[in-house]
Design a protein around this ligand. Structure first.
Ligand code: IMP
Length: 500
């Protein structure tokens, strides 16, 4: 059992939420605090998320199963706010079966939202035909849209074949109308049936139907079979979690994505389709935010990343980087730049590539290179406000060891046309210190930096007092902003974690 940090004493519900655009190192923290927890709950997102799990020397990327699954005595829950693709879940269960890992203690919310392959197809097709968001193509937006549009399929439907067939038929009828129009548009552009191609790529050629787009009978049988496979895990997890809280069990809420990707608080419209702040997480786990005793905001520092499209004021290499990350694979990047760029590179774009390679910043779900930029305290303070916590975990601090100069963004200069945002009138030259989460504004925001000298290797650091002087200055700057540092991570291993 880990030695408990002092701030965890008297805490029973602990939430881990990313302050940025995801990929900040939540997985390491969830794995760490899973030792303390009795129950680990995922409350938002779906198979668009990905975390790496090591089983012995083998590495697996899981998208839905909570990180606590490797602890046989812990209860793991996929909560009501999750968009659950049964196909992905079953693949993950198959991995656990093959590795001899029990999932007896895994439970699925009966009211989790159901992702079906039609949602994935619509997601992918819309990315091609409408403005890009850089979606992972895992069907998130059609699934959550169905929920707020009062036509969602839920996991419980899989347990009742008549209900399921009835709801599926209605859901498909609506989606087919949309897909027919998109198919036609794509046919005119490409001269071939892209929808069929997508179904083939998704491994579901058998569910495709030339005229109806989906073969209803085959599709219902496929999902009902998935339902039989997971039926024993489906339960009222909301009640289970609430009851456990009353009983004083330790509950760990595992966030997905990050505050700036939240559909409610993020850099809209370049966001995911669930609320990835503490609000969505608590609700999606079956709790109220008031039930959460302590929220840790996860902050990758002093660099940050974003995957997919959308504004990113501190991006190293700006548009060149965005374009490069959109169109290049990890293999091509390593082939072209491996050995040529370093943390000493003076060109911004090159430095971004070097940090990406050093930090292994490639998407766990899509493999895409993550866009890299400097730590942004304007966005960070906003995440602190939105999530109602000052407590942060600083992750991946070791990655920039040896980088000679470090910049931290403390404000933006707006350089766009006149724009009215609520009662504020932004003009070219306006200084912004209170984050505005609107893409129309952020796309014109240029960072104002404070510059710091870099620090040497910190992988052996054992306490905050061991921090080299230059890192200490950076930590002081972060605290000056109002953050309370709960934890520092100076390497991937569990023992490279320093509790404050
Ligand atoms: P979607 O959630 O697949 O619809 O993608 C919407 C946006 O969120 C895209 O910019 C994705 O790149 C981003 N996104 C979704 N999931 C993750 C994640 O787990 N980490 C980082 N970005 C994500």
């Amino acid at each position: 059992m880990m030695k408990l940090p002092k701030w965890l004493i008297n805490v029973h519900v602990l939430a881990i939420v990313c302050a940025q655009w995801g990929d900040s190192g939540k997985g390491k923290l969830v794995d760490l605090f899973a030792q303390w927890a009795d129950i680990i709950v995922r409350g938002t997102g779906g198979a668009n998320a990905g975390h790496t799990i090591w089983i012995g020397i083998k590495r697996f990327i899981f998208h839905l199963i909570p990180c606590g699954i490797l602890y046989p005595d812990k209860v793991n829950i996929i909560g009501n706010g999750v968009a659950l693709d049964p196909e992905v879940l079953i693949e993950e269960l198959d991995v656990l079966n093959r590795e001899g890992i029990s999932y007896e203690n895994l439970f699925i919310a009966h009211n989790a939202k159901l992702v079906i392959v039609a949602h994935r197809v619509l997601d992918i097709v819309r990315e091609r035909c409408q403005g890009r968001v850089g979606s992972t193509g895992r069907g998130m937006s059609p699934t959550y849209e169905a929920h707020v549009g009062r036509k969602s399929l839920i996991v419980n439907d899989l347990l009742n074949s008549d209900t399921f067939k009835d709801k599926l038929e209605r859901r498909l009828a609506e989606m087919v109308k949309l897909l027919r129009a998109y198919r036609q548009e794509l046919m005119e552009q490409h001269g071939k049936d892209i929808v069929r191609e997508i179904m083939e790529k998704l491994g579901h050629a058998e569910l495709y139907h030339e005229e109806n787009i989906f073969d209803f009978e085959k599709m219902s049988e496929y999902y009902l079979e998935c339902g039989r496979r997971i039926a024993s895990m489906v339960t009222d997890t909301d009640r289970m979690v609430r009851k456990s809280r009353v009983e004083g069990k330790n509950i760990l809420l595992e966030g997905a994505q990050g505050t700036l990707l939240s559909v409610d608080f993020g850099t809209y419209p370049f966001v995911t389709s669930s609320d990835s702040t503490i609000h969505g997480l608590a609700k999606g786990a079956g709790l109220s935010v008031k039930d959460v005793d302590h929220t840790i905001l996860v902050v990758k520092a002093p660099y940050i990343t974003r995957v997919g499209d959308g504004p990113f004021p501190t991006e190293l290499g700006g548009q060149q980087s965005e374009e490069w990350c959109r169109t290049t694979s990890q293999e091509d990047e390593r082939k072209k730049y491996g050995g040529y760029v370093t943390l000493q590179s003076t060109d911004e774009f090159d430095l971004g590539v070097a940090i990406r390679m050093e930090g292994d910043e490639y998407g766990a779900t899509t493999g895409r290179p993550r866009r890299v930029g400097w730590l942004d305290l304007v966005a960070g303070s906003y995440a602190m406000e939105v999530n109602g916590t000052k407590h942060i975990a600083l992750m991946k601090l070791d990655v920039l060891s040896g980088c000679p100069i470090i910049q931290i963004c403390v404000a933006y200069r707006y350089e766009g046309p006149d724009f009215r945002y609520g009662d504020q009138i932004l003009k070219s030259g306006s200084i912004i210190t209170d984050f505005i989460p609107a893409a129309e504004v952020l796309q014109y925001c240029k960072p104002i930096y404070e510059e710091f000298d870099g620090y040497e290797d910190i992988r052996q650091m054992k306490s905050r007092d061991d921090a080299p002087a230059n890192l200490a200055k950076i930590l002081d700057k972060i605290e000056e902003q109002g953050f309370i540092i709960d934890l520092l991570s100076v390497g991937a291993d569990r023992d490279q974690t320093i509790f404050a």
